[in-house]
Design a protein around this ligand. Sequence first.
Ligand SMILES: *[C@@H]1O[C@H](CO)[C@@H](O)[C@H](O)[C@H]1NC(C)=O
Length: 208
Amino acid sequence: MMFLLILFTSAFLFPSSNALDFCVGDLGAPQDPAGYSCKKAEAVTVKDFVFSGLSVAGNTSNVMKAAVTPAFSTQFPGINGLGVSLARLDLAVGGRTAMHTHPEGTEVLTIIQGTLCAGFISSTNKVYLTSLHEGDVMAFPQGLMHFQINVGKSPALAFASFSSTSPVIYFMDYAWFANDLPTQILQKTTFLDPDQIQRLKELLGGTN
Ligand SMILES: *[C@@H]1O[C@H](CO)[C@@H](O)[C@H](O)[C@H]1NC(C)=O
C-alpha cells in the first residue's frame, strides 16, 4: 500500500517525460495542416518563446499603403500547436487592408494609434461597419471578409491576435486580379467591365 502511494505521489511530482507542454515548431521539417513537428525538447530554450519582429514598423510604400507583419508559427515557432498567433498592422495615411479573410482563425484587433474605418460582412451579406480609435478592440469572426482603412490624419498602428497559429491571409483583390485568371472569365463572374479588370490587373500585377 505504502509502495503504491509513493509510486502515485512521484507520478505527480515527476510528470512522465512524454508530457507535452509545448511543441516548438521544427522549421526544418515540412508544415502540414496540424502545424510543424516538434523540435527536440532538449534543444528548446526560452528564446523559442520570444519574438521581437513586431517591434519594427512594416514598410507601407506599396499600393495598399499598408504592411502586415505576421508572428505566425513560421516566424514564431514557439506558438506552434498552441492555437494562437499575432500580427502587426501598419497603415500609412489613407492606407488599407483590402478585403480579405482568415480561413483558419478568428481575429481580434487592438488599435494602438490612429483612427480606422473597419468592418466585416457576414455569410448572409450583412455589413458590420464601424470606426475604431486608440484602445478599441474589434473581433472579426473566422472566415468572414473584412477590411480596415486608416481614415485619420496620421499613421495607424494595430496588433491583431488570431485563434490559430496559421490563420492565413487571403486577399480577395489579389485572388481576382494578381494572377493570370482570364479577363473574360472575370467579366462573366464579377459583372465588371473588361477595362476595369485590366486596370485592376495592372495595379495588382495580374496578366491575361
Ligand atoms: C520600402 O519599400 C519600397 C518599395 O518596395 C522600397 O523602395 C524602399 O526602399 C523600402 N524602404 C525601406 C526603409 O526598406
